[in-house]
Design a protein around this ligand. Sequence first.
Ligand code: UN1
Length: 484
Amino acid sequence: MAETIAATAAANFIDGEFAPSSSGRTYQRVNPWRPSEPVGEFPSSTAEDVSAAVAAAERAFPDWARLSAAKRCAYLAGAADAIEGRVEEIARDMTREMGKPIRESRMEAARAAAIFRYFSGEGWRALGQVYEQSGTGAAVYTRRRSLGVVGLITPWNFPAAIPTWKAAPALAYGNAVVLKLATDAPLTGLHLARAFQETGLPHGVLNVVIGSGAEVGKALVVGPRVRAISFTGSVPVGHGVREQATRAGKRVQLELGGHNPLIVCGDADPQRAVEAAYAGAFWSAGQKCTATRRIYVHEALYDRFRQLFAERIASGHVGDPADPETEVGPIVNERQLEEVLAGVQRGRSEGGTLVVGGERADPEAYLIAPTVFEDVSDEAFLSCEEVFGPVTSLYRFQTLDEAIDRANAVRFGLSASIFTGSLEAAERFVDGIEVGIVHVNSQTAGADVHVPFGGSKASGYGPHEQGRAAIEFYTEEVTVYRDV
Ligand code: UN1
């Protein structure tokens, strides 16, 4: 059944039915590993489609919000079961449509099931606190309630995990959802709609619209009946979303880019740090906002680290993302490929030296070899701006304070990591590094499902996502003075 959903232009999910765009417009998505191979035809949706989805969500909302949390959460548990039962199928679709190596696609599909599972329990928790009124001693209590229709705008790079980690809490807390899937990876997200359809979710509670940011995203952001927007994507688009949504009086949550540092102290186990650097910089071809963009190595360890890192890259598996051995697959599309290659070019023209990589690695596939620079100045483009591909730079440092200062000298603040055996160094790093997610002796990417995820500085805005933090964004707090 998924194949028929996937292969048709009737892939929006509105009011419980799969349907084409009312405009009849479609686009074709191709496999980034073999761009001559189409993945499928999908709807190029319009503001009118968004309007139909929002209307369906508005109709569904009151009954959904009135349902007990336990009953709502049963649908999430059902979706977790459905997704768990077809991790392999979802992973294969993900790999085919956006090029993520199948090893990682499997982990991500399983993560989506875990997120639904987690929120199927989380939604049962307390929604408020009871106090006594200061004058009379009568009860005054707080109660969190759902917002209404929420708009979720999701990217192509985590096409299972991100739609899930937004939709799961939105639904658990009683909101109705309009989910925009990215045009570069619609197939994966459609499995969520399919899973909920199978659980018998009431029509209109979850709606899925596929289309561009300019049409579908904008219609959600400015549409007056949408109470809140949760957006994951780039900094410039995110800031535009914030401006427009705020002007329209909406609640906004942004998860934006990163420029994540990894600090390797002189006492670190170099091989372990190299593994983390490799995974952080190159898995998913560096197309994660949590990818490792800068690696600061203590001067005593620099030459050894550089050599081991180059050896690890030489023995790494780069190529067909459908091969379970592959660690680094293609870039999502041709435009992104060109942008990454332009970033590499700029790195060279600003004085960076290539340690390895730097070129396209396949005549047909959008594949770029893992790329490492050194001698990049702290002010250069590569040290400050996100190049969304398998590109990272090495820097030498002398003291930990210096490394932390340099690590902080960017506008982003998403994740950061340190490799050290010293508790004191780790504590100094945790205290001084200006990011939302800190790793000690693990790579910069990754997001456990039951803890908050989100950045500081230009990397994020609004409450964090996932875990118990998610209730902040998807509910509003009411204070009730109760006298008899
Ligand atoms: C992860 O590192 O597993 O778009 C998650 C992104 C982030 C999610 C990263 N919002 O890359």
